[in-house]
Write a protein that binds this ligand. Structure first.
Ligand code: FAD
Length: 548
């Protein structure tokens, strides 16, 4: 049988190894993992740190012995591959603590080396109280540092991405004071700023101190000094500013590196060498929204790519990897935030002119107890309506909405297709018009010109030229009294038909309400009564007043 060598024994590597065995009893399959564990749940590490997952052993899903027993795999831990010889088809392996190097031959080599935590070039980043959070040894080191003394009270997390947010929540749960230090104007940069505001609110409500737009000057024992002059107390610092594909081994072997800096592979996960495959965090794959190859550090793609590589190596695969849309979700205390595709902000930065709509449906029928408001944004192409991205944040049902939207994107649906989706409904679970349908209705109305919208940030950047625009608040007088956009006049949507003559038909009119629905009703009345220049404020004031 074929001789497989698999390098890296976690997500991509172990799915490749076990798949290879399921397909071929005669193959020889050897896995080298440089760390002390294989097949561990790295995604569970933050929750183990927070003792939500109480037993650390729960993270270790398999051992070399269990892999030998069930799959007849030869799994070597503490064994680092230090060199690949693509001509001779061998790898050199160094076992931890030993000087000698062993050489192993392969027919097919699968690399799943993962990604390296990136350490920003900050003075003091190499101090002993600064940690990254990626492996079980990292987890133990952080746990040790937190328990080292009762004087350890403050933890600073550098970076507000997935791992930073998960670390912050879990460490806060242990009773420490936690600060997040983020260089961008928002955490979770996969979503647009106004959507991220809900995360900031949730973090602060849970006692996490959120510092945005920070420029870290220096890490010192006990605190982090910011460029602003501010000092953030930090007995322990977690650096979670992202990862970089591990490429040096592939580079040294002469394998092609893509323009993103990750290893370049074809649809079958083949590198530039016909018998060397690479999968997971170390490779770049086609981003289906941006039509270019980019790395994507997520567990699902790594696991599926591992299977594809082996299927191809064994000659049973006709169709390869389809590329990715970047479907992801993160828990932040009581909130879930999820994203797929590309944000409106990033698309705009790339010079594109996407359309987007934002709706605020309840997570299930509002009249059934326990419904929670969702913020759901769908981004699409102006002419075709092709879906470019979606973002959902809320306390319930976020995972369901994002998965529906991710499916829609992967099947090439447009915003108008969302109108037609038939989704499960009973009051405890959803609404007859599901949140995704609602986004489809609103988006399709925009595409068909049934409503024209303006986004809150466009209104802000227009600088409120009040003399030239008519700002109409169609909420009730009570709501208006509790706060409104400066300069707005208040005519409730229920009285608008009678009071329309108080308005100037020739002025550019911006209508708004709380979330956009009453504004839409008012828009339709005004437009049909000869107001030619009306826009409805997308999403109403809900995000506007949250600071977005
Ligand atoms: P890895 O799983 O990282 O495996 C690579 C392995 O290769 C490592 O064990 C490494 O030691 C080994 N290795 C490297 N070089 C060598 C060498 N020269 N010789 C031998 N072995 C080597 N993704 C999600 O989708 N959802 C989540 O919720 C999520 N949470 C995460 C939380 C944390 C704390 C972390 C760290 C990651 C999380 N991820 C999550 C990302 C996900 O874990 C990765 O995308 C996935 O594990 C990538 O799989 P991989 O096989 O490419 O790399």
């Amino acid at each position: 049988g074929l001789k497989f060598i698999i390098v890296g024994g976690v997500a991509g590597g172990m799915s490749a190894a076990t798949r290879a065995r399921r397909l071929s009893e005669s193959a020889s399959i050897t896995v080298f993992e440089k760390g002390p564990y294989v097949s561990y749940a790295n995604c569970g590490i933050p929750y183990s740190l927070g003792e939500v997952i109480q037993k650390e052993e729960s993270l270790i899903l398999n051992t070399p012995k269990s892999f030998k027993d069930r799959y007849n795999l030869d799994v070597h831990i503490d064994s680092e591959v230090v060199k690949i010889d693509p001509q001779q088809k061998t790898v050199d392996v160094r076992v931890q603590g030993e000087k000698t190097i062993e050489r192993y031959a392969w027919d097919k080599l699968v690399l799943s080396l993962g990604a390296e935590p990136f350490l920003p070039p900050i003075k003091g980043i190499d101090l002993p109280h600064v940690f990254t959070l990626q492996t079980i040894p990292d987890l133990r080191r952080i746990r040790c540092a937190l328990q080292a003394s009762t004087r350890v009270k403050h933890v600073a997390v550098i970076g507000g991405g997935f791992i930073g947010l998960e670390a912050a929540e879990n460490i806060k749960g242990l009773g420490f004071e936690v600060s997040i230090l983020e260089a961008a104007p928002q955490v979770f940069t996969l979503v647009d700023h106004d959507i991220a505001e809900r995360i900031h609110t949730e973090l602060r409500a849970n006692g996490v101190s959120v510092h945005l737009r920070v420029n870290i000057k220096e890490i010192q024992p006990g605190h982090v000094m910011l460029g602003s002059g501010e000092t953030v107390p930090a007995d322990v610092v977690i650096a979670a500013v992202g990862v970089r594909p591990r490429t040096s081994l592939a580079r040294d072997a002469g394998l092609k590196i893509g323009s993103s800096g990750a290893v370049s592979v074809d649809h079958f996960m083949r590198t530039s060498h016909p018998d060397i495959y690479a999968v997971g965090d170390m490779v770049e794959t086609e981003n289906r929204v941006l039509d270019r190859a980019l790395p994507l550090a997520l567990a699902g793609p790594a696991a599926r790519q591992g299977r594809i590589a082996v299927d191809h190596a064994l000659g049973i695969l006709k169709e390869g990897y389809r590329g990715n849309v970047g479907t992801s979700i993160c828990k932040v205390f009581g909130l879930a935030v999820a994203s797929v595709g590309t944000s409106a902000r990033v698309l705009q930065q790339m010079g594109k002119k996407p359309l987007w709509v934002t709706v605020y449906p309840p997570s299930h029928a509002g009249y059934y107890p326990g419904a929670q408001p969702l913020s759901l944004r769908v981004i699409f192409e102006p002419e075709s309506g092709r879906l470019l991205g979606a973002q959902v944040v809320g306390k319930e049902g976020v995972d369901k909405q994002i998965d529906v939207l991710a499916m829609a994107m992967q099947t090439g649906m447009s915003i108008s297709d969302l109108e037609h989706l038939e989704l499960a409904y009973a009051p405890p679970y959803g609404s007859a018009k599901s949140p995704v349908n609602m986004a489809g209705f609103v988006g399709t109305n925009v595409l068909r010109g049934i409503v024209r919208i303006m986004h809150p940030e466009e209104l802000v950047s227009s600088g409120f030229p009040l003399e030239s625009i008519q700002l109409l608040d169609v909420r009730s007088p009570e709501e208006f009294g509790r706060g409104h956009i400066p300069g707005a006049v208040n005519i409730s949507v229920n009285t608008l038909r009678e009071r329309m003559d108080e308005l100037d038909k020739n002025k550019y009119t911006v209508v708004y309400c709380g979330v956009g629905y009453r504004g839409y009703l008012a828009y339709r009345m005004l437009e049909q009564n000869g107001f030619e220049q009306v826009v409805n404020l997308d999403g109403g004031t809900s995000l506007f007043f949250s600071g977005g």
